[in-house]
Design a protein around this ligand. Structure first.
Ligand SMILES: NC(=O)c1ccc[n+]([C@@H]2O[C@H](COP(=O)([O-])OP(=O)(O)OC[C@H]3O[C@@H](n4cnc5c(N)ncnc54)[C@H](OP(=O)(O)O)[C@@H]3O)[C@@H](O)[C@H]2O)c1
Length: 222
């Protein structure tokens, strides 16, 4: 058993979710409110360590009216336990789970950083040998009571999740901007597929304008 997973992101018309220098404020104010409604409706929200290092997100519900208990459990996919000690995702606003790989466990549990995180209530899940095993993590999160999980990037984790068949729904905000850049992050990066035949197929289930942005919602076909 695993959670129902909704991937949400904002991209420019040319498919970039950040520039090569890490600038990533793409959504308009109305889209941010829509994103925070999804956060409020989910039990968990997950990002990769690349996103934590680049953006230092809080991943709480703060753009709409919400109570502290509306914040989803925050999950970082971080094989090598690189989450910084002062990362905002580990603050006391909501629960936090850091998923790491077994190879790094013995060294990490001896560190002061581990003790500080534990005192702060951060929970660790050890899944996978050298890299986080996403299927295993999904089953652990389900056992933890997470039935609906929002995935908020970045590009590398998005690709691993969709390749593993772990995404059920995609909602994307397309902003009327073009930023270019061969090294800018796209919606899905990772190793990619070799042929279009291998691509993950989607079905459009909704589309609407929100301010200047266009929102598309897709079901992932299995
Ligand atoms: N516009 C948007 O909507 C939006 C949303 C989110 C992020 N972003 C942007 O996305 C960029 C970050 O993307 P990113 O691709 O660099 O990082 P990422 O996808 O956030 O994190 C990738 C990292 O996750 C870790 N990981 C552990 N297990 C994994 C697995 N099984 N599969 C994949 N990754 C795994 C890997 O590091 P370890 O091996 O060390 O664990 C990997 O390098 C930032 O620039 C951010 O601004 C944009």
């Amino acid at each position: 058993m695993r959670p129902y997973v909704i991937l949400n992101a904002a991209m420019t018309l040319d498919g970039k979710i950040a520039t090569a220098t890490g600038s990533s404020n793409i959504s308009g104010e109305e889209d941010l409110k829509r994103v925070h409604e999804i956060r409020k409706d989910c039990d968990g929200i997950m990002v990769g360590i690349g996103t934590v290092l680049a953006d230092d997100p809080r991943l709480t519900v703060h753009k709409i009216n919400a109570r502290p208990e509306d914040n989803p459990v925050r999950v970082v996919v971080d094989s090598k336990c690189r989450t910084p000690i002062d990362a905002r995702i580990t603050n006391s606003d909501a629960k936090t789970i850091i998923a790491c790989a077994n190879e790094y466990k013995d060294e990490f549990v001896k560190t002061e950083k581990y003790e500080t995180f534990k005192k702060r209530g951060v929970k660790f899940m050890w899944c996978g040998d050298k890299r986080v095993d996403l299927s295993l993590l999904m089953s652990y999160l389900h056992e933890e009571g997470i039935d609906k999980l929002m995935l908020e990037g970045g590009s590398t984790l998005n690709f691993s999740m969709i390749k593993a068949g772990l995404i059920d729904e995609i909602s994307i905000c397309i902003a009327p901007m073009v930023v270019g850049g061969a090294n800018a992050k796209t919606f899905f990066d990772g190793e990619g597929f070799d042929t279009m035949d291998e691509s993950v197929k989607l079905e459009l289930i909704d589309s609407f304008s929100l301010g200047k942005d266009l929102i598309l919602r897709y079901k992932v076909l299995k």
